[in-house]
Structure formats: structure tokens, C-alpha cells
Design a protein. Structure first.
Length: 463
């Protein structure tokens, strides 16, 4: 048996989390053998958590209602000791489907493995086998998964990163919190995240990485703030309704979010916090100074409203544009255009020249204009309907620039075709970007000009 066969990364998220748990426990209990670590985990599962592993292992010895606690422990240890000593009889020789080593293989079904078919669903496996055939190392690693994950809502959240160091960092945090709960006597099962919504939880995990990775991963800025990707497997192996969904916090989103939290924390937090929504908190208003939601009856701090739904976080996670929301926010709030620029270039994959051209158009529109003229311009832009109207507006700007006898064209044919309205682009995003640039230039001039656009028009713009 290789020395690190229980801990080396494999690429399988479930197997790897189990390996990271073993690694973390081995660091805490360096004298314990792998079998003694299995004994420790079994005691936690049965004696501390009451055998509540139904979400992980279907009809296992730990979840078997006919067994008392002592039998749950003895039957579980008997099985895993048999794996270690290779005395279990139900095996065949071959290559492990996960680790790739040639060894004795054992069936991995829903009783000892998560999200795999078994029993009546053997058609899920090649050659109609009764389950996946895995090595003892793979099956033992799976046994430790419940200590390295947490619940988000009613399902288990298993985290994986493209960097093994980051994956271990996140799993170790869960292991430590689970063990702390066990030691305090409060643990009744796998720890539960305070966030019941996946998007909120993922952004919280990203916050934890951004705040701690520089220290945790040998001060490696390249790993700490760049190219980190987080995958969250949200699953249940319970009963007749197993289910799994994958949520990805892309490396582009991580880099953008880390930049906002590091360099524009105050502006970004204000923007995000004011977009939390909760249907049961009626007539709510947001106090921008105290960062609290309030109504006539009570005030709620971030600790209370951070579990509410947030359409901005949802859109970012789904890779849907938030330009409409940024536009509406910019009407009355200063918001660094650098954030918008970085978002457009890195998340929306917009060309840098497009952003530069938008800023030039904003400068031209505001140049030597009275407040009333600016109000009229913003109102007209805000209520444009359809790409044809936006195109006519751009042509008007070109004509105004020509009539002003400016030597350089405001928009060239190449600008229009390839950068402002390229094929497949969304004209409303270009319009909203132009409005954002105008609003933010006005904020820098300490001007807030109320336009005449109706609320329903602005809602349409945002959506």
C-alpha cells in the first residue's frame, strides 16, 4: 500500500474530500493508524451524531434502525477492518475506477458510497455490475466525507477547488468546526452552514478564501487571488430521492470578486447589501450609513439579512449580466467606474476599446451642457425602446460632433460594427454602460440630476 494512498488527490471530488479529512485528522492525531481513525470517525457518527448519516449512506450499518449503537459500531468496524486486511470475500481483481491501482476491488453501492447506483439500478454501470468496483483505499476515503462537508439548506455541500491546496484548506475548516462541535457536545450531525441559499454560501466560502488564503497557502499571491475556482456539489443520497447539482464559482468571478473586496470593499458591500430581498420583511428600507434594513417595527443588521435572497449574487453565480442593476444603482450612488470596467472586461469578456469608447461618448454628451440639457439627455436614453432607437441616438451624436466641426470622428464605422454594436451584442448593455459612465462622471462633479424616466421604465432597464 502506498504511503499516501489515502490522501493523494485523484480528481474525484468525493474521494478527495475523504482524503483531505484523513490528512487533517492525521495532523491532529499523528499517532493514530488509519484503522484507529476509522474507529474515531465511527464513534463520532454513532455515539455523537446518533447514526444520522442517512443523507450519505443508504441502509448502511450505521443507519440501520434495527441495530443498537454498539452493533452499529461493531458491524461498521468489522467491514472496514475486513477491507484493510483484505479478508472481505466479496471482491474481484482489477483496476480501481478512481485510483487506477491494480488490486482487490469491492462493490461501491449507496450503502458505502455517495451518488452511485446499486441494486435495481445496475444498468447504470458497465457490464451490469452490482456497483462501482473500487479499491479499499477509495472506499475508506469515502467513509470520512461527512466530517469534511457541511449542510447548506437541506442538502450537503461538498467543496472542491482547481487547486488541491485550496480544497484542503476548505475541507480542513469543516473538519475543525465539526470536531469543535463534537468536543463541545453540541454536534448532532454534520455542521450546518448559516446560509440556506447556495449562492450566499458560495460567496461566503469565497470571502473566507480571500481573507485567509494568503496566509494559508504559503503567501502565494498567484494561488491566493488568481485563477481560483470553487465547485460546490449540492447533494443528498437519501432514500428514494437522491439528487445532486453542481454550482461553479468560476476563476474569472473569483478574481473579480476578490478585487472588489480588496480594493473597493465599502462601495461593493453597499451595492450588494442593498439588494438583499425578503418577502416577509414588509415595507423595508435600507440605511446606507449603518448598513441595516429597517421598517417601522425593527432594524436588522447584516447577521440577520445575509441569509436573504440576493439577485445580484444569483446573477453573478449564473454568469448573467448585472449591468442593468449597476445602471439603476449608479443614478443616485457613487460607484467606481473601475469596478464596472473590470466586470465588463473580465466577466462579460468585453473589449477594452469598447469601454474606452463608451467613456469618450459620455465625455462628449456632458461637454458644455446645462443641467436641464443633461436631464433631457439622460431621460431620453433611459426610455429608449429597441436597438433602432439606440442606433438613431448614436447617429445623432455623430451628427452633433460633425456640426461642431470637431476634426476627429466621434464614432467610426469600425467602432460601430466591431465595438459598440457587434453582431450578437445586447444593445441595452451598451445603452446602460453609457448611462453608468454619465452618472459616475456626474457624481465626480458632485451633481445628482433627477431624470424624468418613470419607475416602470427603470425596472425594465434593470431587468
Amino acid at each position: 500500500m502506498e504511503e499516501n494512498s489515502f490522501t493523494k488527490p485523484t480528481g474525484d471530488p468525493f474521494i478527495d474530500v475523504g482524503g483531505y479529512v484523513i490528512q487533517s485528522l492525521s495532523e491532529k492525531f499523528p499517532q493514530k493508524t488509519i484503522y484507529e481513525l476509522i474507529e474515531y470517525a465511527t464513534t463520532v457518527y454513532v455515539k455523537q451524531w446518533g447514526g444520522k448519516l442517512h443523507t450519505y449512506f443508504l441502509n448502511s450499518s450505521i443507519t440501520q434502525p434495527a441495530f443498537n449503537a454498539e452493533k452499529k459500531v461493531s458491524e461498521t468496524l468489522k467491514y472496514y477492518k475486513g477491507l484493510l486486511e483484505e479478508t472481505n470475500q466479496d471482491f474481484k481483481d482489477g483496476f480501481c475506477r478512481i485510483l487506477g491501482n491494480e488490486t482487490k476491488l469491492y462493490i461501491a453501492g449507496r450503502s458505502n458510497h455517495m451518488m452511485s447506483a446499486s441494486g435495481a439500478f445496475i444498468n447504470f454501470h458497465s457490464a451490469y455490475e452490482g456497483g462501482l468496483y473500487l479499491s479499499k483505499e477509495a472506499l475508506i476515503r469515502i467513509f470520512f466525507v461527512p466530517l469534511g462537508v457541511c449542510f447548506v439548506g437541506d442538502k450537503v455541500a461538498l467543496l472542491q477547488s482547481n487547486y488541491p491546496q485550496v480544497s484542503y484548506f476548505l475541507v480542513k475548516k469543516n473538519v475543525e468546526e465539526n470536531m469543535r462541535n463534537v468536543a463541545s457536545g453540541f454536534g448532532e450531525g454534520t455542521l450546518k452552514s448559516e446560509f440556506g441559499i447556495v449562492a450566499n454560501a458560495l460567496f461566503s466560502f469565497a470571502d473566507f478564501c480571500i481573507g485567509n488564503l494568503k496566509v494559508a497557502v504559503e503567501n502565494d499571491d498567484e494561488i491566493a487571488l488568481k485563477n481560483v475556482e470553487l465547485n460546490l456539489f449540492h447533494f443528498t443520497n437519501f432514500g428514494a430521492s437522491p439528487d445532486i447539482a453542481l454550482y461553479t464559482f468560476s476563476n474569472r468571478l473569483f478574481a473579480f470578486y476578490a478585487h472588489c473586496k480588496t480594493h473597493y470593499s465599502k462601495e461593493w458591500n453597499l451595492f450588494i447589501n442593498q439588494h438583499f430581498k425578503y418577502s416577509k420583511f414588509k415595507d423595508a428600507h435600507f440605511d446606507t450609513t449603518k448598513q441595516e434594513w429597517f421598517n417601522s417595527k425593527e432594524r436588522l443588521s447584516f447577521d440577520s439579512y445575509k441569509i436573504w435572497n440576493n439577485p445580484i449574487l444569483n446573477k453573478l453565480l449564473k454568469n448573467e449580466s448585472i449591468i442593468g442593476q449597476l445602471c439603476r444603482w449608479s443614478r443616485k450612488n457613487h460607484f467606481s467606474f473601475n469596478i464596472v470596467e473590470i466586470y465588463c472586461i473580465n466577466i462579460l469578456k468585453m473589449d477594452k476599446y469598447t469601454i474606452q469608447k463608451i467613456k469618450e461618448l459620455a465625455d462628449f454628451i456632458l461637454n458644455d451642457k446645462s443641467d436641464d440639457q443633461i436631464k433631457s439627455i439622460i431621460t431620453k436614453l433611459s426610455v429608449l425602446k429597441g436597438q433602432n432607437n439606440f442606433r438613431e441616438y448614436l447617429v445623432k451624436l455623430i451628427r452633433d460632433n460633425y456640426n461642431a466641426k470637431n476634426p476627429d470622428p466621434l464614432i467610426t464605422l469600425e467602432d460601430y460594427v466591431f465595438y459598440i454594436l457587434p453582431e450578437g451584442s445586447n444593445w441595452t448593455e451598451m445603452r446602460d454602460l453609457l448611462l453608468i459612465a454619465i452618472y459616475q462622471k456626474l457624481h465626480l462633479m458632485n451633481k445628482i440630476i433627477e431624470d424624468l424616466a418613470k419607475e416602470e421604465d427603470l425596472e425594465e432597464t434593470e431587468n
